[in-house]
Ligand binder design. Structure first.
Ligand SMILES: Cc1cc2nc3c(=O)[nH]c(=O)nc-3n(C[C@H](O)[C@H](O)[C@H](O)COP(=O)(O)OP(=O)(O)OC[C@H]3O[C@@H](n4cnc5c(N)ncnc54)[C@H](O)[C@@H]3O)c2cc1C
Ligand code: FES
Length: 288
């Protein structure tokens, strides 16, 4: 669980986003796109979930990317190369379904398998979570369209990496400081108006994922979102990550974290994620 590399991707007055490469051969061997780890930075600390952004089976390393929001992510951001995490468990959650979304058959002498057309939408640090999915979907022959969104240019991460794995690539910023001014969903709506796509996969802030689902519903396009409820054990025992999908209770850590965006109870998710806001601020002030 030693940190073997560290890169600060974003460093602004408001926040920092840091990439850590961690030695963890067992997790590196098994991790698949869409899965996450639960981390404790220090012995007295809490457990938080973070996505496995990349894994190198040969070197036994995994990459996580974290946005500093509160106590634990700030503690993780302070770790340096050579430091070790207190605890790390994973890979957890279901892996993303990776398949060619094309028609799956080829007429004799008619060239390669029909391409599946998929759209990936990443907002904020959710961009880190769509990167492994984009790579895997591209590798098996899908035509990948990626839309990245950030509040401003400074906060945009993994632009080059995702450009390399995408056939079509769009950037939006809320303030227009880079790419197109506006939201990812503006571009999404235009693309869906013009063409047919097999699936949309979205990861980012809850309002973005909710809006993506609202847009795609109008075009009847299947939409997968990766939910971010509060998680503690990550193994289905504590009930903290309870979400309602299609009217049924699901535990995001073991039943997800990916669900059909058209069936998620978004209002409940927002409410449950706010439960500890005051305590989180208080603890962070005391500790940092
Ligand atoms: C499956 C999954 C994958 C995630 N992947 C990433 C990632 O790759 N990169 C990244 O930066 N963030 C990721 N997150 C969010 C990350 O876990 C939270 O930002 C982190 O827990 C914040 O903790 P904190 O102590 O720094 O901040 P706090 O001030 O304690 O919390 C800030 C906000 O983070 C959320 N949060 C707090 N504690 C938890 C917790 N135990 N579990 C989940 N959310 C919590 C709450 O919405 C809270 O309001 C992921 C969340 C989930 C559920
Ligand atoms: S985090 Fe405890 S049940 Fe999912």
């Amino acid at each position: 669980m030693k940190i073997v590399d560290k890169r600060v991707l974003v460093d602004t007055q408001d926040t920092r986003v840091t990439e850590l490469k961690i030695l963890s051969p067992d997790i590196a061997r098994k991790a698949q796109p869409g899965q996450f780890v639960v981390i404790m930075a220090i012995k007295e600390g809490e457990r938080i979930p973070l996505t496995v952004v990349d894994a190198d089976k040969d070197k036994g390393t995994i990459i996580i990317i974290l946005q500093e929001l509160g106590l634990t992510t700030k503690l993780l951001g302070k770790l340096e190369i050579g430091d070790s995490l207190y605890a790390l468990v994973g890979p957890l959650g279901h892996a993303t379904e990776i398949k060619n979304y094309g028609f799956g058959y080829v007429k004799p002498n008619h060239g390669p398998l029909a391409c599946g057309r998929v759209i990936l939408v990443g907002g904020g640090v959710g961009i880190a979570e769509i990167y492994p999915v984009a790579k895997a979907l591209k590798k098996i022959g899908n035509q990948v369209t990626t839309i990245l969104g950030a509040r401003n240019k400074e906060l945009l991460i993994l632009e080059n990496e995702l450009k390399d794995t995408s056939d079509q690539f769009y950037i939006t910023t809320d303030d227009g400081s880079y790419g197109r001014k506006g939201f990812t969903t503006d571009v999404l709506d235009e693309l869906l108006k013009q063409d047919k796509y097999a699936i949309v996969y979205a990861v980012g802030p809850i309002p973005m994922m909710k809006k993506v689902a609202a847009v795609t519903r109008g075009y009847s396009v299947k939409t997968i979102v990766s939910l971010n409820p509060i998680m503690v054990d990550g193994t289905g025992m504590c009930g903290c990550c309870r979400v309602t999908v299609a009217g049924k209770t699901q535990f995001s850590c073991v039943d997800g974290p990916e669900f059909d965006g058209h069936l998620v109870d978004w209002e409940e998710l927002v409410k449950r994620n706010r439960v500890y806001t005051e305590q989180e601020k208080h603890i962070c002030r005391l500790a940092i």
